[in-house]
Design a protein around this ligand. Structure first.
Ligand code: SAM
Length: 423
């Protein structure tokens, strides 16, 4: 409950809010359940909220808003989990008591029982509204519909599905098939993707520390769509490479596993950059780590040009909602203009650092044209020495300038890539 309130009322991100709650739980099964319920309620929040309001005869008083959320938690279990209904109802009632609201126990019980009796008609009523049916903020659904007139239904469906655990096998430490052969010992199976030599989609999620060889750097968690970045850079040994928005270091590590290059990993956020250091240490890799603002190279650049630059720009995250359902409720329409200004500035300011004949990869985990092709279009209008190349990605769809993978395609996250070369 506290976790959900911290996200929905206080604007904290789900991983951040969840870390506190999960740390307080001793049993790993309780931790898994807490995680499942929090992710699930946030995945379906606006649909569950509409159901609660439909079931209540009157809106609860402001000071009882926690009970509305508690009802969402109960309804989530009844609608979307295998938890036996009687257990879901009694756990929800018990939580009301634990919140010091014993007076509400009978009321919570009655509302949930009413839902069980009238489930079909209640769902039909709230699902008349398209945004509610898909548990999407109306503004976001509108944008997705505009940018993806034919694909938005499958895009939204994939965004509301659970994401698989996908890993990247470290080719410096371990052969992919040898790693796959170890999975039976932990009752897992894995499917490797033909388009990406190191990517494996696992049959179920488990704590990363239980992955075979994790502590020894044989494997890292990374969605398959994100693994195209290192490929698209077309790296050659000893090249000078800048990873300009590096933290927490998924792509930094992949670049270094892929080819021995002289890599500078830059991020504006010192705490997030510390995670790059941790990841590289586990994998036995080295980079020059810098805290700095990529839009202000004068403050950190040594003046030597880079052969390759990766700009994995901060973005709306609309391609990774299936992994971060809190994005739906934390993002605001007004965030987009500020993000696109930053994205433009990153490209404009980093372009002079690229050597002639060098390559820059621009990436986002967004599905919105404003953050993707529109950013590249505007960049190209102002840089005559920039050539746009079609990214060599054997799935997804080619756009006018870049390439889009939509969430769910081959069970991947949504990702956008554009490839720019300097004349
Ligand atoms: C999408 S994340 C990068 C993910 C990372 N490339 C990976 O694969 O793990 C965007 C990162 O950009 C950083 N960032 C945002 N604005 C920046 C700026 N002006 N200069 C450098 N880093 C910035 C954020 O702190 C964040 O870590």
């Amino acid at each position: 409950m506290q976790t959900l309130q911290n996200v929905l009322t206080h604007g904290r991100t789900l991983p951040n809010a969840l870390a506190d709650s999960v740390a307080a739980l001793q049993d790993s099964r309780d931790r898994a359940l807490c995680q499942e319920l929090c992710y699930g309620v946030l995945r379906w929040h606006s649909r569950l909220e509409a159901l609660v309001l439909n079931l209540l005869e009157q809106r609860p008083r402001n000071r009882d808003r926690d009970l509305t959320l508690l009802l969402e938690l109960g309804l989530y279990q009844l609608l979307y989990t295998q938890i036996p209904p009687h257990a879901a109802v009694s756990a929800t009632v018990d939580t009301a008591r634990a919140l010091g609201k014993s007076w509400a126990a009978g009321w919570i019980n009655a509302v949930l029982r009413r839902f069980q009796r009238e489930r079909a008609s209640r769902l039909q009523a709230v699902d008349l509204d398209c945004a509610t049916r898909h548990a999407m903020p109306p503004w976001l659904l509108g944008w997705l519909g505009t940018d993806w007139p034919a694909d938005w239904p499958s895009l939204v469906q994939a965004s509301n599905a659970r994401a698989p655990l996908t890993v990247r096998v470290n080719r410096r430490r371990c052969d992919r098939d040898a790693w796959l052969a170890q999975l039976g010992a932990v009752s897992l199976t894995g499917t490797h993707l033909t388009e990406l030599p190191q990517a494996v989609i696992l049959s179920r999620a488990l704590p990363v520390t239980e992955l075979p060889g994790f502590a020894d750097g044989e494997v890292s968690v990374q969605d398959a769509a994100a693994q195209f970045a290192a490929m698209l850079l077309a790296l050659q040994p000893k090249q000078r490479v800048l990873d300009a928005c590096a933290a927490p270091g998924g792509k930094t590590a992949h670049i270094l596993e892929h080819t021995e290059v002289a890599l500078t990993a830059l991020d504006i956020d010192a705490r997030r950059l510390a995670r790059v250091a941790e990841n590289l240490a586990r994998l036995g890799l080295q980079a020059n780590l810098l805290v700095g603002d990529a839009t202000d190279p004068a403050s950190w650049w040594d003046g030597l040009a880079f052969d390759r630059i990766l700009v994995d720009a901060p973005c709306s995250g609309t391609g990774v909602i299936r992994r971060h359902p809190d994005i739906k409720w934390l993002r605001r329409p007004a965030d987009l203009p500020a993000l696109t200004v930053t994205q433009q500035r990153l490209l404009n300011q980093l372009w002079p650092l690229l050597s002639s004949g060098g390559r820059l990869i621009y990436a986002t985990c967004s599905v919105l044209r404003a953050e993707n092709d529109a950013v590249i279009e505007s960049f190209l209008q102002r840089h005559e020495d920039a050539l746009v190349r079609a990214p060599d990605i054997p799935l997804g769809r080619a756009l006018q300038f870049g390439h889009q993978i939509l969430p769910g395609e081959r069970d991947m996250d949504g990702f956008y890539y554009a490839c720019l070369e300097k004349d």
